[in-house]
Design a protein around this ligand. Structure first.
Ligand code: EPZ
Length: 417
């Protein structure tokens, strides 16, 4: 199993190009099930979750090609299976995103119920509640969601918790429903708006994406189209923290700074110097790093997917910071590994008190999930000596060869098989 070896101490410098967003490409690939026509996606990141999604579509009977130049060609003309099997869903929870399109177009779906994961229980009750309000019958049998309908109809659906894939699933299902669907307390992440843009390109009638109320007027059928996936704001945020923590100077290109406002505002408060252009930003890390508390919330607030990386930065702060995680109940696994590197972190439920001014020392550490693995690499970039990050298969799910990109910025880092 691959490991990543990092030797700390080098300030990063140079230019890094950001890939397309995994969390925008995954719902876009699921959306291809809504039509028999060809969907061509561009700027698709060549990461493991995308390849799992390709496999899922192929197993259903779709033609699905993903190239490492960022192009994906998808055609769901001969779908013979409406099932997402346990073997695939257990490796990628986002496979739940085929549920809405399958019920919307084929009126039937059998999708393995995603279990919990390292960061939390992560139920999908709101996905099922919304489909039932649109006229589907959803049952959980032998670990599978069995959903069926005579035909979906419009409904007003209030989700009591903001859910990203829940909003995406119901939005996709509603595109082919009879009548108007209104999603209240909807997620307004940029990935949701990117999906709405693709669906409109396919002929869907959608308004209000990017706000907490989305309106979808159902149509009889959807058609093929081409769509460019937005840049990955979490990858861009990860490199911004890498520049700040190493006191480096990095230009981050092919990104969308306005999708990162909360992250950049927080980083600026920690003393990093940030300059923004339309599709790029420059981050210069400064001494001292100012300790600043932070709380995660749904977009447009500070994203939970940047919490672990931010914690790494706060281990090098000039005082104390309290990090509050409001989205997932168990998203501090990385803190225990950072403590093994010498960090001073105290966890109390969904709050972590991070005391700075503690030099880190390299250690063998274990990644528990995608963003935790990135945060341990960031900690390794400033630790004395060698850090070995194990279980980097988590990393490969959502980052495209991050160690190569960091090495090009001057990091002493390599993948060891
Ligand atoms: C998406 O997950 C992202 N994944 C996650 O990114 C991200 O952390 C998360 O949104 C929050 O921003 C993809 O887009 C593929 P949620 P999702 O439903 O949709 C509760 C990464 O690192 N909830 O918005 O699964 C849930 O338990 C990943 O790239 C219910 O209670 O997250 C959580 O506490 C990790 N019932 C909260 O809502 C439901 O039916 C938000 O979860 C659904 C969710």
């Amino acid at each position: 199993m691959d490991k990543i070896r990092v030797v700390g101490g080098n300030p990063l410098a140079g230019r890094v190009e950001i890939s397309g967003a995994k969390n925008a490409a995954l719902p876009a690939m699921a959306a291809s099930l809504l039509t028999a026509d060809t969907i061509q996606l561009e700027n698709v990141p060549y990461v493991r979750d995308i390849l799992t999604s390709r496999k899922l579509l192929q197993e259903m009977g779709a033609e699905a090609e993903v190239r490492d130049d960022g192009t994906a060609i998808l055609k769901a003309a001969d779908i013979h299976s409406r099932e997402a099997p346990y073997e695939l869903v257990k490796t990628m929870r986002a496979a739940i995103l085929v549920l809405g399109p399958l019920v919307g177009r084929f009126k039937k779906a059998r999708v393995s119920l995603p279990g919990g994961c390292a960061i939390g229980a992560r139920p999908v009750n709101l996905h099922l509640m919304g489909l039932e309000q649109m006229g589907a019958k959803c049952e959980v049998v032998h670990g599978y969601v069995e959903a069926s309908t005579e035909g979906l109809h419009g409904a007003r659906i209030l989700m009591d918790t903001v859910t990203v894939t829940g909003t995406e699933n119901l939005m996709m299902a509603a595109t082919l429903a009879d009548g108007e669907t209104v999603l209240d307390n909807a997620a307004c992440e940029p990935e949701v708006s990117d999906l709405a843009g693709l669906l409109r390109g396919m002929g869907a009638q959608i308004e209000g994406d990017g706000s907490r109320t989305i309106r979808i007027q159902g149509v009889r059928e959807l058609r093929g189209c081409r769509h460019r996936i937005i840049p990955d704001r979490v990858e861009a945020g990860t490199f911004a923290v890498a520049a700040a923590i190493t006191r480096g100077d990095v230009e981050i290109v092919n990104c969308c700074p306005q999708h990162l406002t909360a992250v950049l505002t927080q980083l600026a408060q920690t003393g990093a110097e940030i300059s923004v252009e339309p599709n790029s930003l420059r981050v210069r890390g400064k001494d001292p790093i100012v300790s600043k508390s932070m709380t995660t919330h749904p977009y447009p607030a500070f994203p939970t997917d940047m919490q672990a990386q931010y914690m790494a930065l706060m281990t090098q702060g000039d005082g104390s910071a309290v990090i509050t995680e409001t989205i997932f109940e168990n998203r501090f696994m990385h803190a225990l590994e950072m403590i093994r590197m010498g960090a001073d972190i105290t966890i109390d439920g969904r709050q972590a008190l991070v005391k700075g001014r503690k030099p880190l020392t390299g250690a063998k550490v274990l990644a528990s999930d995608l963003r935790a693995s990135a945060s341990l690499i960031l900690a390794g970039l400033v630790a004395k000596g060698e850090t070995w990050v194990d279980r980097v298969y988590h990393l490969d799910r959502g980052y495209c060869r991050i160690e190569d990109k960091l090495a090009r910025l001057g990091a002493n880092i390599e993948r060891v098989s």
